[in-house]
Design a protein around this ligand. Sequence first.
Ligand code: ZN
Length: 94
Amino acid sequence: MEPDQKPCNCEEVLAALSDYLNLDLPRESCRQIEEHLAGCPSCVEFAETLRETVRLCRQYKPSELPAPLGEEVKRQLREAYQRVMESRGGSGGH
Ligand SMILES: [Zn+2]
């Protein structure tokens, strides 16, 4: 069975998105993620959700350096992640 036409390492991308949105990834990694987002609507939606979350967090904590994701953000990250996976229709046993 092939749920996706292309081999999509969404899990890795989604996992790295938190760091990506936190500006904690090297440019090369950001580029790979952006390329993946270019062809993966599911991850884009997920990224938008995270981006909004991270942006809101930064508004409350204006600092020179990007602060690490808090527990609450990580929780939302998980929820969004699961949501995306469900929306993809993947019948993963997990
Ligand atoms: Zn993806």
